[in-house]
Design a protein around this ligand. Structure first.
Ligand code: MSK
Length: 634
């Protein structure tokens, strides 16, 4: 594989990599190469900096040093490191959800004017699930109770975390209870991980791992809460057709790239950008072109059909086009290098959150109380930069793909209801039983500079689709697949096996689409991994089994973030075989590795498959699907 293909398989990204090289702009891949060879101790999880006597490291070949200065063994060190990654991932997803809960609360109390309840049906449904009285009560009052219930889930209380206990099957609740894996409070679990991984506290690798898995269940709760509250405030996604890749950036418009995660900022920008078309016109632009990056891009794509220009590891490439007039970010997955690239390209990186400031960026504090006003300021910066850009050469790749997105749980159930209004899950289950749907595979997680961008995702997804597996995607996994045409219904013939093609066509036609659903169903952002969980739980309940019996698997084929680690762990806690396509820093402990890839299966039914080769990973995922089918007797 040549150097360019080694970096990315996306032709638009490749074009920008070449431009960056020509212009002498350093990118993520240059920095990755300058880090090589990477630290072998770190790769294996065999280094520890949890106290000031360290750093300590352990020789993976069984020679000295065999323990840290305090006596922590490789097993302890690896389990502690993994726990801290899970806690960080949980803190991020649930911090995002907490932010939304505060927004909902302010909205319900009438303290913010730019937010409202967009999906009252969802509000009622979620409130009822939380045991909140809904009859004959104004929506604002219910919303206030719900926001308070959400905030209560963060601290330790007498009841378990409600967004965990009410969102999985009853059988799973029992499994989690029996294993002491029911979280008591989301923040409580994060804080307990920090305590038990402190110098001189928990040294038992198994005890540490179980604590980590409990924290990961809290991550599921935080993510689920994030999805629920976003849908209430911004609307539950319905199918929408749009586009993806760098070709969505427009030479003659004010291009504002929105990057990060929380729709609290990006959703307001969608409304304000439309309102400011005239102001952009007065500056000589044909309009304001909002384009998404990463998960906040997914949020506004799912709800408003806003195109995504790129994802994750290639975020710098959007700036290298020279046509992005402002990049506005909230938090998570924002490389600090973006500020440098923005400066090189004469544009502005705008940070908006007090917990995410970047040297070299312009900070414009975003407050819910002044949301629309803040959004207007952002767009005005873009308009000014657009004027400065005139006469300068831009390099926008032409590549873009059609994307059919918006497949929330509700949208999928709604589409199935067109086949059986009384019992929408029946057609889905019947097709699984008949083998028209061999199983379900969810792709989630990021792009990693260690993997040629998108290569693992597209290799495994191609195989799954040929083998009649129903493919779902979220996060930058969805991003990878959309940029390669996997969400264009026109590509069903080319990508799908006959049986799954028949299913996608039958659903598409019953819904008046005049053709099939896309090969891969886009279910949203990282927090929206809750959506496939909701579908799996509904199917499990329909069949009267637990989620660990379903022919459902997950793959974070190019994982980066600690959020991907916590998501993987809650998928395992929910009973799913879960593939990770990059090295997890656990291989330095044969014990921890064995627990995560085998033994945990005896407890939760789920387990990790760590395989860096996408072809053999696909084989293993298919084998796991088939094993589940045999277990169900189908
Ligand atoms: S944005 S966590 S790079 S999926 Fe959710 Fe993408 Fe991974 Fe961030």
């Amino acid at each position: 594989m040549d150097r360019l293909n080694q970096r990315s398989t996306d032709p638009a990204v490749q074009e920008m990599i070449q431009k960056a090289e020509k212009d002498g702009i350093e990118t993520v891949w240059d920095r990755f190469e300058s880090q090589e060879p990477q630290c072998g101790f770190g790769n294996l999880g065999l280094c520890c900096r949890h106290c000031l006597q360290g750093p300590c490291r352990i020789n993976p070949f069984g020679e000295e040093p065999k323990a840290g200065i305090c006596g922590a063994t490789a097993d302890t060190m690896v389990a502690r490191g993994l726990d801290r990654a899970i806690a960080a991932g949980t803190a991020a997803h649930s911090g995002h959800a907490k932010h939304l809960a505060h927004t909902l609360k302010k909205m319900a109390k009438g303290e913010v004017k730019d937010y409202r309840i967009k999906d009252e049906g969802k509000l009622l449904g979620v409130a009822q699930r939380m045991g909140i009285e809904t009859k004959e009560r104004p929506a604002q009052e219910i919303a206030l109770d719900l926001a308070e219930a959400a905030l209560a889930d963060f601290h330790e209380k007498d009841t378990p975390v409600m967004w965990a206990a009410t969102t999985v099957t009853e059988k799973r609740v029992q499994v989690l209870k029996d294993l002491d894996l029911v979280p008591k409070g989301i923040d409580h679990e994060i804080s307990e991980i920090m305590h038990r991984t402190l110098y001189g506290v928990d040294a038992d690798p198994l005890n540490l791992l179980m604590g980590g898995i409990r924290c990961a269940v809290a991550d599921l709760a935080g993510s689920y809460m994030g999805t629920d509250l976003s849908d209430i405030l911004f609307g539950t996604p319905t199918p929408v057709v749009t586009e993806a890749n760098l070709g969505t950036i427009k030479e003659d418009q004010v291009n504002i790239a929105v990057h990060g995660h929380n729709p609290v900022l990006s959703d307001i920008l969608v409304t304000v950008a439309r309102e400011m078309a005239d102001e952009a016109g007065a500056a000589g632009a044909k309009g304001v072109n909002l384009v998404g990056i990463c998960c906040t891009g997914n949020e506004i794509m799912m709800r408003h059909g806003i195109p995504s220009c790129t994802h994750s590891v290639s975020s710098e490439m959007a700036l290298i086009t020279g046509a992005v007039d402002a990049m506005v970010v909230d938090y998570q997955c924002i490389m600090p290098s973006l500020a440098t690239v923005a400066e090189c390209m004469g544009t502005t990186l705008i940070t908006t959150m007090d917990i995410c400031k970047i040297p070299g960026a312009t900070h414009l504090e975003f407050k819910e109380e002044t949301a629309a006003e803040n959004a207007r300021e952002v767009i005005r910066i873009g308009i000014k930069n657009f004027q400065r850009r005139q006469g300068k050469k831009t390099s926008i790749p032409t590549k873009k793909e059609t994307v059919a997105a918006g497949f929330s749980t509700e949208a999928i159930i709604g589409a199935l209801a067109k086949l059986d209004g009384e019992n929408p899950l029946k057609p889905l289950v019947d097709n699984i039983v008949s083998g028209n749907i061999r199983g379900v595979c969810l792709f989630a997680g990021c792009n990693n500079a260690k993997v040629p961008q998108d290569h693992n995702f597209i290799t495994i997804a191609k195989r799954m689709l040929r083998e009649n597996v129903l493919v779902l995607a979220t996060g930058c996994g969805a991003g990878a697949l959309m940029r390669h045409g996997f969400m264009d219904p026109a590509n069903v013939d080319q990508l799908c096996g006959d049986k799954i093609k028949g299913v996608l066509t039958a659903i598409g036609e019953a819904n008046g689409l005049g053709g099939p659903l896309p090969p891969v169903l886009h279910m949203g952002s990282c927090v929206d991994n809750s959506r496939p969980v909701a579908v799996a739980v509904a199917v499990a309940n329909y069949l009267g089994v637990d989620t660990d019996k379903l022919p459902v698997v997950a793959s974070a084929a190019e994982a980066v973030s600690e959020k991907a680690v916590s998501i993987g762990c809650y998928a395992v806690a929910a009973g799913l075989p879960t593939h990770v396509g990059v090295m997890l820093p656990v291989l330095g402990s044969p014990l921890v590795t064995k627990v995560l890839t085998e033994k945990i299966g005896d407890l939760t039914g789920g387990y990790f498959i760590v395989d860096l080769d996408p072809e053999s990973a696909a084989e293993k995922l298919l084998a796991a699907i088939d094993e589940r089918r045999i277990g169900l007797g189908i």
